[in-house]
Design a binder for this molecule. Structure first.
Ligand code: URP
Ligand code: ZN
Ligand code: ZN
Length: 539
């Protein structure tokens, strides 16, 4: 009898979801239905939520950053209840997934994306629905996007992004960019941390005349971040010198996408990285450097870390596996899709960044997913300075990284989990709710088959873009199942995503990166041997 009631309950929840889905489909963006997105990429039950609230994953190798073992994983109501061998649950309303000879891993967490961002006179083509669909199909179950303030106002920016994210299909968090400085911004940073679950702020050292900040602002921001236990992040390029480099290219008659790479060489990335690192050392605060693209910048991070400084370096997939030769491609549409900042570098940089990742000099991998279609990229047909900067990667990150680094033996599987998920959860203080397959963790899980293969193409990807910088790339290791908060959202190449189902994840301040900062501050103060008391002092 109890089983019958339970079964009816499951179906009642399922029908409720269905009604909700129909309501949301009708009330969010037209794009969801008008693109035929589900019809193209999914099976007949496209978009319907899975009726199961209980899932048992049998016989896979469960991989965490610290350990791997063959075990079963039992999930109920979006949470992992048990991880151990031979779990038996006498209940017929359980979805059982056989993961024998496959890896059961925490879903990917992408620390760096730009969904629905207004930038360079246009807006990124993937929003919080299509971006999430792409992410889930590629095994990423959470990301952290950047709130861009409106006229410098953090609260207005945050509210705008909350609205953009109302169609979220997976969990997400926010960093907040700081683009101007005054008392209101300083106070708003406190509000963001205290009331809105923000624990990181980003400073753009490039994009002069738009997002760029000067050293004066950066210094104020670093001090404020430290006082709040929030992590300062930098886009490290010397924005003044970039403008000089761009003018130089235009004067030489170089107006195509190759001019983008030539105008902002590695030295400008290294200079800004070194400057930000030194200012962070001066303030004694941790620092996070986003999209490390060159050996030159990576070496600045390595040097600082060796000296004991807390600097996190984030490479992105494009920088790890692509090279700048594409920017010289004779076809503008092809060349322009690789335009991002800092630029994708010459052959050799990617391999060096991979090596730095494998030794821990660089710590985690993002995408900087910031996608523009070929029409948008064509804004810069006659002038590379007008090509919207950004590439895709949310759907490809997990596959490309597995193939490039695990398949080649550069890192082991536990390190793969660390750099794609766990490290991000730790840095942004949401571990072990996220980034782990442990009892009590959120059921954000992927099942990867190391013997299956993947192929990337703009004709089959889930992004709204008509191009893909990984076009034609094939490799081993395929995410066959994605579970988001205890729901199977990707299985048998069928996507079951629900707009509005994603949750905002608040991230508390004072992550492990801040441990002991007070002690080193105290040590510094006691080392000053000052002020010196002098008999002839004025007072
Ligand atoms: O080219 C890029 N990286 N576009 C996104 C904005 C940024 O700099 O992160
Ligand atoms: Zn950037
Ligand atoms: Zn970015």
């Amino acid at each position: 009898m109890a089983e019958v009631i339970q079964s009816k309950l499951v179906w009642a929840v399922y029908l409720l979801h269905l009604l909700l889905l129909i309501f949301i489909h009708g009330s969010t963006s037209d794009s969801i239905s008008s693109e035929g997105f589900c019809a193209v990429h999914s099976g007949s039950d496209c978009g319907l939520p899975s009726p199961y609230t209980k899932i048992l994953i049998k016989g896979g190798t469960v991989v965490n950053a610290h350990h791997k073992e063959v075990a079963d994983v039992y999930i109920e109501n979006g949470v992992i209840l048990s991880v151990r061998p031979n779990i038996r649950i006498p209940d017929e309303n359980i979805k059982i997934i056989d993961a024998t000879r496959k890896y059961v891993m925490p879903g990917g967490i992408d620390p760096h994306t730009h969904l629905d961002m207004e930038f360079m006179g246009t807006a990124t083509i993937d929003d919080f629905f299509t971006g999430h669909a792409a992410a889930l199909a590629g095994g990423t179950t959470m990301h952290i996007d950047f709130v861009i303030p409106i006229n410098g106002n953090l609260t207005a920016g945050f509210e705008a992004y909350k609205h953009k994210a109302s169609k979220a299909a997976m969990d997400y968090g926010f960093h907040v960019a700081i683009t101007k400085w005054d008392e209101d911004v300083s106070k708003d940073m406190e509000v963001m941390v205290r009331d809105h679950g923000i624990n990181s702020f980003k400073f753009f050292m490039a994009y002069k005349g738009a997002l760029m900040v000067n050293d004066d602002l950066l210094l104020e921001g670093l001090k404020k971040c430290k006082s709040l236990g929030a992590l300062p992040m930098v886009h490290a390029e010397n924005g003044d010198a970039v403008v000089e480099g761009q003018n130089r290219m235009i004067d030489l008659g170089i107006t195509g996408p190759e001019g983008h790479a030539l105008s902002r060489p590695p030295v400008l990335e290294a200079e800004a990285t070194a400057r930000a690192i030194r200012l962070a050392a001066f303030v004694n605060t941790p620092l996070y450097v986003v999209h490390v693209m060159s050996i030159d910048a990576m070496e600045e991070i390595a040097k600082a870390k060796k000296a004991g400084q807390r600097v996190v370096g984030e490479p992105v997939v494009s920088g790890l596996v692509l090279d700048d030769s594409w920017l010289w491609h004779p076809d503008f549409t092809t060349a322009s899709k690789y335009v991002m900042s800092p630029p994708i570098r010459e052959l050799g940089h990617g391999q060096a960044l991979q090596a730095a990742l494998s030794t821990g000099t660089l710590q985690l991998v993002g995408t900087d997913h910031c996608t523009f279609n070929s029409t948008q990229k064509a804004f810069g047909l006659d002038d590379f300075r007008k090509i919207p900067n950004g590439v895709n990667g949310l759907e490809e990150r997990m596959h490309v990284l597995w193939d490039a680094m695990v398949e080649t033996g550069k890192i082991n599987i536990m390190d793969y989990v660390r750099i794609t998920s766990t490290e991000c959860a730790r840095i942004f203080n949401i571990y072990p709710k996220k980034g782990a397959i442990l009892e009590g963790s959120d059921a954000d899980i992927i099942i990867l088959n190391p013997n299956a293969s993947f192929e990337v193409s703009a004709t089959s990807h889930h992004s709204r873009s008509d191009t893909n910088v990984y076009e034609g790339r094939t490799g081993k290791g395929k995410v066959e199942v994605t579970i988001s908060r205890g729901r199977v959202v990707w299985e048998n190449d069928v996507l079951n995503v629900m707009p509005g189902s994603g949750k905002y994840i608040k991230m508390p301040p004072f992550s492990y990166l801040f441990d002991g900062i007070d002690k080193s501050d105290a040590a510094y103060l006691s080392s000053l041997r000052a002020p010196v008391k002098r008999a002839n002092a004025a007072s």
